[in-house]
Design a protein around this ligand. Sequence first.
Ligand code: C2E
Ligand code: CA
Ligand code: CA
Ligand code: CA
Length: 271
Amino acid sequence: AKSEGRNTIRYFEPEMRMRAEARRVLEKELGHALEQGEFQLYYQPVLDLGSDHVTTLEALVRWEHPRLGMVSPDNFIPLAEETGQIIELGTWVLEQACRDASKLGKAYRVAVNVSPIQLRSRSFVSTVCRVLEETSLSADRLELEITETALIEDGQLAFTILRQLRDNGVRIALDDFGTGYSSINYLRQFPFDKIKIDRSLVTGAHLNSESAAFVRMIAALGNALDVSTTAEGVETIRELDLVRQAGCSHVQGYFLSRPVPLANLTPALNL
Ligand code: C2E
Ligand code: CA
Ligand code: CA
Ligand code: CA
């Protein structure tokens, strides 16, 4: 076991050094990127299985780096959270998404991911209200996606902020449910509008009876609590059939569409 451990370390060392270097470069450039307008929003449609209509578009940020090309948010969001730049970036995402949504038909709402750090920042609620007002977007057409990490530490503060947002008419979704510190208790503490079942449980669920059981359980819980459930990561018709039978109310995933620029969705959705 010891030699195995050593091999593992030797194997990963060069890769880690490279990642550390890439990290330093990105960290320095992240600040300029906002000013240079290098960020853009892609959108992934969410299908309502009841009506068979797309009801929501999830905004997913992209960094089009002049040299590195398209950088995935998994690479720069954690960095932006460490440096605090997530506040500025998150506000830009919110503004852009609400601007886009206000141009869409009333049948569509937009979902925006909110970092735990952003949620807890002093001015978050007033920022959301200001952006809704400036874009003339009705609050119920904005859905904020919160992960459980935002609720672990000082959950009281987080729930207070969420309650203020919800009192203003904004919808709140619990993202990545079924992973990490997943706790059913959060669902008792706050009236979420939506549960998003993490793709690690959904993708391949037709080949894994345990995953399938979890998906069915979460969908049943959602139905019992009158909370809608979106199955993320539906890549094949097999998974679509499974989550439909499980009782999920919505689906999202490559089977329907990858995240794309809004203009690419316009013809398909009749926007
Ligand atoms: P997320 O919120 O869970 O978003 C879903 C991710 O799964 C997206 O990755 C999406 O492209 C990917 N995905 C969707 N359907 C499928 C599928 O069928 N198969 C597979 N393999 N993947 C699928 P993306 O766009 O790379 O974003 C990664 C994460 O970065 C997001 O996970 C979210 O946590 C974070 N993120 C993205 N945009 C923002 C943002 O504006 N603000 C914040 N705070 N975080 C963001
Ligand atoms: Ca999300
Ligand atoms: Ca998710
Ligand atoms: Ca995720």
